[in-house]
Design a binder for this molecule. Structure first.
Ligand code: SF4
Ligand code: SF4
Length: 324
């Protein structure tokens, strides 16, 4: 390794194990490989289903790590869910000769990856497919892929750290994690002619548009309703709540527990039992946390595998004026 830190960013959704993977990697580097290392993650208030970034810095024993800032110019980015590729900040800051690893089944490369540098190495691995087949987690697969891509990350040490993490808590997971790790190490695909950009990918702005010096007087938000354009569909990990109106008692418990105001209400029929009735769900804002399913007292909401186009077909728009 050259005399600077090697920096990685894991881009993920809460629940796929990015934080644990970062912790295992840094632990293996520091305690087993004699390197310097640091790791931390950033995530929102509701971990499951919301965006998470995990930052790892590694250096030889002679290279001190003096910062704990987020990694903005990574040498490697690992993406735990292909849906995150729709967000340009997922690619942000990758160095021109960096490595980009993403989870997706075989198929054409997404058009978004053209924004990667021409010289970048792009690696695809079906992490969730392998994890499902081996009864493991995507993070075990992706750690294996990382070790395959970067031989200085000694696979034995990383695998031992992974095993140690689970040996006491879930000993039955050790064998399946080992298989998943090994398949990730050997079954990934280096893709050709994917990135078409020159130079590094520009880093995302590290400063918020509004800070204590630039915010409007009194903290006024001059653009009301601006979060109506949010699209959280990329945060889902494979399941959505589906409403059966026949079973619904219109009690509103689902709306109380939903962190993202996804439920759409309308007038009940004249002379009916309810003045307001639950019409459906706006999946544009749904991150798939499934709190509503757990809370519904009548079973009107069911956890359902999200197949292609299902959410679009069932969506009841909260703001019908918003297109797309
Ligand atoms: S919690 Fe269940 S029964 Fe109550 S309004 Fe929501 S879907 Fe209907
Ligand atoms: S609709 Fe249900 S699954 Fe979607 S964000 Fe709200 S509580 Fe979570």
């Amino acid at each position: 390794m050259e005399q600077r830190t090697f920096e990685l960013r894991f881009d993920s959704i809460g629940g796929l194990g990015a934080h644990a993977a970062g912790q295992i990697l840094a632990t293996a580097a520091v305690l087993r490989m004699g390197m310097n290392g640091s790791h931390f993650s950033s995530y929102g208030s509701e971990k499951k289903g919301s965006r998470i970034r995990s930052f790892i810095r590694l250096g030889s024993a002679e290279v001190p790590i003096r910062t704990s800032a987020p990694v903005e110019r990574p040498d490697a980015i690992v993406v735990f869910h292909a849906a995150l590729l729709r967000d340009p900040t997922t690619l942000a800051g990758l160095r021109r000769s960096g490595t980009f690893i993403y989870d997706a089944p075989p198929g054409p490369a997404p058009a978004e990856l053209a924004a990667l540098p021409r010289a970048a190495r792009v690696i695809r691995v079906d992490a969730r497919g392998i994890a499902s087949a081996e009864r493991s987690r995507p993070n075990a697969v992706l750690l294996g892929t990382l070790c395959g891509a970067f031989p200085f990350l000694r696979e034995r040490d990383v695998l031992d750290a992974l095993t140690e993490e689970f040996a006491s808590r879930r000993p039955e997971a050790v064998a399946s994690n080992t298989r998943a790790f090994e398949r990730g190490r050997t079954e990934h695909e280096v893709m050709e002619d994917v990135g078409h950009a020159e130079g590094d990918v520009p880093a995302a702005a590290s400063e918020p548009a509004w800070g204590y010096l630039t915010q409007p007087v009194g903290g006024v938000v001059p653009l009301p309703g601006n979060t109506a354009w949010n699209d959280l569909s990329a945060s889902r990990t494979g399941s959505i709540p589906v409403l059966d109106r026949e079973k619904c008692a219109h009690c509103g418990v689902c709306d109380l527990v939903c962190p993202d105001l996804c439920f759409v209400w309308g007038a009940g029929p004249a002379g009916g039992r309810f003045e307001r009735e639950l019409m459906g769900i706006d999946y544009r804002y749904c991150k798939g946390c499934l709190r509503c399913v757990e809370s519904c007292p009548t079973g009107a909401l069911a956890k359902t595998a999200e197949t292609a186009g299902l959410a679009d077909r069932l969506r009841v728009p909260l703001f019908p004026g918003i297109v797309g």
